[in-house]
Write a protein that binds this ligand. Structure first.
Ligand code: ADP
Length: 169
């Protein structure tokens, strides 16, 4: 059975990520979405919130599992019995960092391959950061994220608005 690991911070999961997950299911028998903690200062959602949103977004995909990623990615991949790391490539700007990471991972564990899937044209501009920025200023993110994320962003920013109003002198 072939297993692929799709790592990232997914803060939050977007339709671009979901497209990569769906397409990965055609290549692997099982796909594990590995959600990394990331640097807390830059994170909007907690690890638990991010995992919950990914789980809700992939609930129609029975061969996809969602797990927390801690420690070294190559160790995680080995522990899970996976043969490949899955990454999405949006633009040339992604390439350099992804290339470096794949070379380092290959050095750490030579039997693990990194598989790159090109972003779908309609999502090639889309990143979690753009979603966070648009949502922060109340912009419409419909169609860019799964419905569960849209609701979570609305709830987060409504709560912040209420808090701001409450502490206004
Ligand atoms: P990281 O936390 O590693 O910066 P993300 O959690 O944002 O990355 O994304 C995880 C993976 O998904 C990365 O390989 C990234 O390039 C890819 N990715 C992000 N957004 C898209 C998109 N819109 N289309 C295709 N791949 C994407």
């Amino acid at each position: 059975m072939s297993v692929g690991v799709y790592p990232g911070t997914f803060d939050p999961i977007t339709m671009g990520h979901l497209d990569i997950i769906r397409r990965s299911c055609k290549l692997f028998d099982r796909v594990i979405v590995a959600v990394a903690q990331g640097f807390s200062k830059e994170r909007l959602f907690t690890l638990e919130e991010r995992m919950e949103m990914v789980r809700a977004a992939v609930e129609d995909l029975p061969r996809v599992e969602v797990k927390a990623l801690d420690g070294l990615l190559t160790e995680f991949v080995r522990r899970e019995g996976a043969c490949a790391i899955i990454r999405g490539l949006r633009a040339i700007s992604d390439f350099e960092q992804e290339f470096q990471m794949s070379v380092i991972n290959k050095k750490l564990t030579c039997e693990i391959e990194t598989v790159f899937l090109m972003a779908a044209a309609e999502y090639s501009f889309l990143s979690s950061r753009v979603v966070r920025q648009v949502a922060t200023v109340g912009g419409c993110i419909k169609g860019l994220v799964p419905p569960v994320v849209e609701l979570a962003l609305q709830a987060k920013f409504n709560r912040l608005e209420h808090l701001r109003a409450a502490i206004k002198p």
